[in-house]
Write a protein that binds this ligand. Structure first.
Ligand code: CO
Length: 247
């Protein structure tokens, strides 16, 4: 479990605030006809103008600022001028901001214009999964209590949980211990300690849980071609409760 010092927590919090603002800005740009490449260029400028850095760009060779994952794409959609949003799509925008060496990470799934009722339900349940998990998170609990709550809520609504990708600790690095799975038993995982910073990120599929990697080596899509949603925040665990820093 990562435990950050007070001076480090200030910087993670600032990175999280820029992450939140960049996602809100991105939301304001989303409309039928815009390409995911245009979103990427504008959001990158926003982050740099905020005095921060886009942390995904160059991370293990990832070529862009945002991950823009449309419909059946689960995560890590590389922005492209050829991916043009249309009415009825859903798009998950995942971005990580680095501020003075510390990171904030968040994701939202946005509707493009009017979307189907089942896509609305998928987005709503995915957000609820995050909050059901966070309700269980406290100093001294087992991380598996959060994981189990997320899985239970997704499956109770007829959806499935992606296994191949998980949440993570965050701080000086984008990815730190522990892993934060969105499935599992209440007895799984480490005991949660004070001042942990965690990126909690349910990825929920409308159909089956299985996924494929696409040819670019990054994009992950559902095998059954049905839609997927993603909701992520960076949180700070204190002895008085959990603070959600990217909200
Ligand atoms: Co993350």
């Amino acid at each position: 479990m990562n435990n950050l010092a007070p001076a480090e927590l200030v910087l993670v919090k600032k990175a999280c605030e820029i992450t939140r603002d960049a996602l809100n800005y991105c939301k304001s740009l989303i409309k039928p006809g815009i390409s995911t490449k245009e979103l990427d260029i504008l959001v990158e400028k926003f982050i740099i103008d905020s005095g921060a850095k886009p942390a995904c760009k160059g991370y293990e060779g990832y070529p862009a600022t945002i991950c823009a994952s449309v419909n059946e794409m689960v995560v890590h959609g590389i922005p492209s001028k050829d991916v043009i949003l249309k009415e009825g799509d859903i798009i998950s925008v995942d971005l990580v901001v680095e501020y003075k060496g510390y990171h904030g990470d968040a994701t939202r799934t946005f509707p493009v214009g009017k979307i189907s009722e089942e896509k609305q339900k998928l987005i709503k349940v995915t957000e609820e999964c995050f909050f059901k998990g966070v309700e269980k998170l406290k100093v001294g609990c087992r991380l598996g209590e959060l994981s189990h709550a997320i899985q239970s809520h997704a499956e109770a609504n007829g959806f499935s949980v992606v296994r191949e990708l998980v949440g993570h600790g965050i701080g000086k690095s984008m990815h730190e211990p522990p892993n934060v799975p969105n499935y599992g038993k209440v007895t799984d995982g480490p005991i949660v300690t004070e001042n942990a910073c965690l990126a909690i990120e349910p990825m929920i599929n409308m159909g089956r849980k299985e996924v494929w990697l696409v040819e670019d080596g990054w994009g992950v899509i559902t095998r059954d071609g049905k839609a997927s949603a993603h909701y992520e925040n960076t949180v700070h665990v204190t002895k008085n409760g959990v603070e959600i820093w990217t909200l």
